[in-house]
Ligand binder design. Structure first.
Ligand SMILES: *Cc1c(COP(=O)(O)O)cnc(C)c1O
Length: 487
């Protein structure tokens, strides 16, 4: 068992440093009155102290390299090491965004190649690489939609969002100045298209867009997606697809064929980058021809044999401006490029098929012991709930915490919100049958225990983790950011 780990601020001291620069007697002070004369309060540590601190913290976690990580909606797949190797090549990792463009032609070519691959895979016309994550991609897409509508003379007022949406969707639309209206989900877990049709045909035509995740957060494919797209276009509204769950369909269908106008792709999920705990990510957005002229700068263009960045609007460009410095999360783009090229299109298709197969394997193996709110084939993730355990007093949280003692990372819990006590399992394509069978055995064991006399032990889990049950609400509301011995 590892010992308690102090904070960096408790190990280091302000006047210590791991790096020694020789004094620079002739250096000119360019900062003038902007120079800060007081200490900035960051702890200094030696190199081994720093390394040990982070290694110890990592050992307190369950992580992708140590265990099965079926966190629904997050696509925690194995990320091939070759991606890391390629992203670390000096031509990619040791360049600076202020370098003249003629000295970084290879890097620009890499972005350009990735943009061609993403438009090919999605069937869309143009890409913006600015967004640093999925939610940022949504913001990019919705700002582009707003710019296009404003150009037509009316940005409109309302964005429609189904009840099953990821929480980032309404947040994004609200940040773009839209009022959110919710569209209900039917008892199959899919958008209620009668309700959508009714909303679109009534009142003024003030709907700017509909934001839909497909496959949705119940792990189900929205079968009426083409009807939905047609209904929106007839009403003069744009169709934004949240493509964070693209892992289920890549290489099998092109979102352009559904009538999607804009969609973000979570490169860190589908196209393989180690992620979690807030980063790193990249959420490029693909656009159709109508929206493409309004997307953010910079754009990348091929001019004969060379590549250049367009940083200001030129003819027929109506970009709304920049939303991030430089060219997005460059090293994540390289990882995605490495992943796509090493998989090839048939490889991507097989990854999606295997992701769906693995989720359905778990669905079939577990459907007799956990309740399936929406029976039938699922996509890359399977949604259960805890209603079959109500009488035992054991709930979704207890199952998740007990899984930690079995050595697995818990699945996503209490999301999507439309299912009470939701248990959302996304095994991904990179897990073998053996790993899935072990997970099934672990869940069966926990459920059997839940139904037994002495099930109260489950309320104490995890027993083997470094941190036991946390009061998560208080931890979030009143975080204690200093270390004390009695914690
Ligand atoms: C992960 C996810 C997002 C947000 O992506 P981030 O990169 O975490 O910002 C949005 N929508 C869905 C459906 C997701 O699964």
């Amino acid at each position: 068992m590892i010992a308690e780990e102090p904070l960096l601020f408790e190990i280091g001291s302000e006047d210590k440093t791991a790096v020694d620069f020789p004094p620079q007697p002739d250096a000119k002070d360019c900062l003038g009155t902007c120079r800060k004369n007081t200490k900035i309060g960051l702890p200094g540590l030696s190199e081994p102290e720093t390394m040990r601190h982070y290694t110890r913290l990592s050992q307190m976690n369950i992580f992708e390299d140590s265990a099965f990580y079926p966190l629904g909606s997050c696509t925690m797949k194995y990320n091939p090491r070759v991606n890391e190797k390629l992203a670390a090549l000096p031509g990619f990792s040791e360049i600076h965004p202020f370098q003249p463009q003629n000295t970084v032609q290879g890097a620009l070519e890499a972005i350009y190649t990735l943009s061609n691959l993403l438009t090919e895979i999605t069937g869309m016309k143009a890409v913006s690489f600015s967004p640093a994550a999925g939610a940022h991609g949504e913001l990019c897409g919705m700002m582009t939609i707003r710019a296009a509508l404003t150009h037509k003379g009316n940005p409109k007022e309302v964005v429609l969002i189904p009840e099953s949406a990821h929480g980032t969707n309404p947040a994004t639309a609200a940040m773009c100045g839209y009022r959110i209206e919710t569209i209900p989900v039917n008892n199959h877990g899919l958008v209620d298209i009668q309700a959508l049709q009714k909303r679109l045909s009534e009142g003024e035509k003030n709907v700017a867009a509909f934001m839909l995740t497909n496959p949705n957060t119940c792990g189900l494919f929205e079968r009426n997606i083409i009807t939905i797209a047609n209904m929106l276009h007839e009403a003069g509204a744009f169709f934004y697809m949240d493509g964070a769950n693209f892992n289920a369909i890549m290489g099998l269908v092109k979102p352009a064929d559904f009538g999607v106008d804009a969609m973000h792709i979570n490169l860190h999920k589908t196209f393989s980058t180690p992620h979690g705990g807030g980063g790193p990510g990249a959420g490029p957005v693909v656009f159709n021809a109508e929206l493409a002229p309004f997307r953010p700068l910079p754009w990348i263009e091929k001019d004969g044999d060379s590549y250049r960045l367009l940083e200001t609007n030129e003819e027929s460009m109506h970009s709304f401006g920049r939303m991030k410095a430089f060219n997005g999360q460059f090293s994540i783009l390289i990882r995605a490029l490495a992943y796509i090229l090493s998989m090839g299109l048939p490889g991507l298709r097989q990854a999606a098929e295997d992701a769906v197969l693995n989720a359905n394997y778990l669905r079939v193996k577990l459907q007799d012991i956990l309740h399936l709110p929406f029976p039938g084939t699922c996509m890359h993730e399977v949604l259960f709930d805890d209603s079959s355990l109500t009488e035992t007093g054991i709930n979704t949280l207890d199952i998740a915490k007990s899984l930690i003692d079995k050595g697995d990372h818990p699945m996503t819990i209490y999301f999507p919100l439309i299912v009470h006590g939701a248990i959302l399992i996304e095994p991904t394509e990179t897990e073998s049958k053996r790993v899935l069978d072990e997970f099934v055995a672990a869940i069966k064991d926990i459920v059997a225990k839940a139904k037994s006399e002495n099930n109260q032990d489950l309320k104490q889990t995890p027993l083997k983790a470094f941190r036991k049950r946390l009061d998560e609400t208080t931890a979030a509301r009143q975080p204690i950011l200093v270390h004390t011995d009695d914690l």
